[in-house]
Design a protein around this ligand. Structure first.
Ligand code: M6P
Ligand code: ZN
Length: 192
């Protein structure tokens, strides 16, 4: 049987984010042990109450080529030491798959890199679209003072490879310095 069309509303200012979804994932700070450079700042924030860093709402589809999944991610504003709140970041398990992000509100950056070592940092603020080509790992960083909310669309069979980034890091690091983001080589990055 053919799949039926799905429609949902995406009002950038709505509190409910999506009026229809199948999946809702909540990532607290505690789920990001080892991701931030400043362990002292991480521990202090954790002790102060383990805040929600981001939430993902999604429309699920069968994980087969041809199907698309989509959803909305909401990333809170804040910092762990000099690092802004960010997503874990991932390669796709099926590396040859891309993704599209559309920023609905807020201000941030997308940090991207390939296994071959190509690196890119893209401005990502309300109204902007970023096309993430196949092979590029991606992490969203909220450099603003309010939430960064974005719509994303991705092949349903792409999957997430978190391990590579969790174990080796991104080559580039975004830090807050004098109120603005600066991009540096990540001293903790290790070759795969
Ligand atoms: C985007 C999409 C999702 C992803 C989410 C959070 O919304 O790429 O697939 O789950 O960001 O990022 P991460 O999975 O890296 O924590
Ligand atoms: Zn992705």
């Amino acid at each position: 049987m053919n799949a039926l069309p799905i429609a949902f509303a995406l009002a950038p200012d709505a509190a409910h984010v999506m009026d229809h979804y199948d999946r809702h994932t909540v990532r607290h700070l505690s789920s990001m042990a080892g991701y931030y450079v400043d362990q002292t700042a991480f521990d202090a924030l954790l002790a102060a109450g383990d805040p929600v860093l981001y939430e993902v709402w999604g429309i699920e589809r069968p994980a087969v080529a041809g199907e698309l999944i989509s959803g909305v991610t909401r990333l809170a504003a804040g910092q762990v030491g000099q690092e802004y709140f960010m997503t874990k970041g991932h390669f796709h398990a099926v590396l040859e798959t891309g993704e599209i992000y559309y920023a609905l509100r807020g201000q941030g950056l997308l940090v991207l890199e390939t296994p071959e070592g190509d690196c890119s940092v893209q401005a990502f603020a309300a109204g902007q679209v970023v096309y993430i080509p196949p092979r590029w790992a991606h992490r969203t960083i909220n450099t603003g003072t309010g939430e960064l909310r974005f719509f994303w669309v991705c092949p349903a069979h792409a999957g997430h490879d978190y391990g590579t980034i969790a174990d080796h890091g991104f080559r580039q690091l975004v830090l807050e310095s004098a109120g603005s983001p600066i991009i540096q080589a990540n001293p903790r990055w290790s070759p795969r």
